[in-house]
Design a protein around this ligand. Sequence first.
Ligand code: AMP
Ligand code: MG
Length: 488
Amino acid sequence: MTATTHEGVLFGNRFARELPELAVPWQAEPAPAPRLLLLNEDLAGELGFEPAFLRSEDGVAVLLGTSVPEGATPVAQAYAGHQFGQYSPRLGDGRALLLGEVTDVRGQLHDIHLKGSGRTPFSRGGDGRAVLGPMLREFIVSEAMHALGIPTTRALAVIATGRHVQRDDIEPGAVLTRVASSHLRVGSFQYARATDDLELLRRLADHAIARHFPSAAGAEAPYLEFFEQVVAAQAKLVAQWMLVGFVHGVMNTDNMTISGETIDYGPCAFIDAFDPEAVFSSIDHRGRYAFRNQPPAAAWNLARFAEALLPLFAEDEAEAIALAERSVSAFGPAYEDAWNAGMRRKLGLDDEGDSEASDRLVAELLALLQKSGADYTSTFRALSAYVRGDRAPALAAFGEAAPSFRTWAQAWLALAPNAGAMDQVNPVYIPRNHLVEEALAAADADDLQPLADLLQVVTSPYDIRTGRERYAAGAPADFGDYRTFCGT
Ligand code: AMP
Ligand code: MG
């Protein structure tokens, strides 16, 4: 790694150097009239950047990738992927580049990634560009996820490029500068495996182990241990999605990271009412990635990951398959444990208590939520109020199901739930679909204030702010069905 710093930040090109077979050196396209619209100053600070520098013309050029800092080697990453179950051997960064890695103030390595930076050898028919609305949307939702304590890529900046981009209409072009602990995906391993170059596959696994699961390197069977740690990370991640009501929407194997961070905020959305069948994506016709299908979808992706890693598990194929099957099957119990523990915390119950009783209470509550159509997020805050003796909000939330709720609550209160603990895990504010749309519509009309207001509440999601009641409420009755889009 080079020791040269750029404005105090150390840039490297570790991925490009260690895995040239998966990295096509490339350049970001120039932006005709760049305008920095959003800068995440906290994140900039964590990475060691001076916000004032990033706001300068030179800084914006770094955020766009049009000026390459010393030490960085921008590349388009190659990866494959199963998209809605269909295998594509060559996807790759069609409209993005890995600018390089930076070492943050604590010595941690992060990818600096540019989404919307122009055509690459992986663009196929696409224009390589991104448009403003979806990039602002990713900024809001990924930063909200981070504030909710859910592993995720982060958003450093959104820059309007000044270019007009053809979609259904002409849209303003934009680049999102994204930060991640890496952009290694299940699809990266599928690509490496398909080359039949076992040495490359091993090098990729070693790279991933060093970056994300260094303890696996010392294990007796390092690659199996690595795989199992990824299974555990994904199980925890998806449990967190389920607990907060997040529907990713496009869990293709190229959109599942090895680090266990949420990536690719295209068609994602949060549920309002609790609905296991919720699907928002306009292209997910069969509900493959419906809310309740997310855990099995993750397990399916991990099975594809295991297939890619097979030769590293054991020389004998039958033995490798047996090992892989055993390790994949750990997903279910790991997921259940994480989800059950999370649900107990949402209900203010400690882990020591009678878990059968609390699991039953959880199942009954979810059935009541579904039946009543109560808002998922706000009802959990109404429940802590209920514990404190303020009963009206919960009774109102359950409407006609209030009598059943009262009966349920009697059994729950008998377990002495901790209201204070509940308020630390049940958010007041999530990026609700109607609020996101409202903020994006205002941004489209050049008013960034609603977006700033929304960002403020969702990035401190557990703290009630007076005057912001509207942001805590469910969708208005006339909001209707919500549709989301990817590849926009
Ligand atoms: P995504 O839906 O963002 O996961 O993208 C799936 C694949 O399509 C990736 O290989 C992307 O790089 C590619 N892609 C999406 N949008 C574009 C675009 N506008 N131009 C070129 N490639 C794109
Ligand atoms: Mg993707």
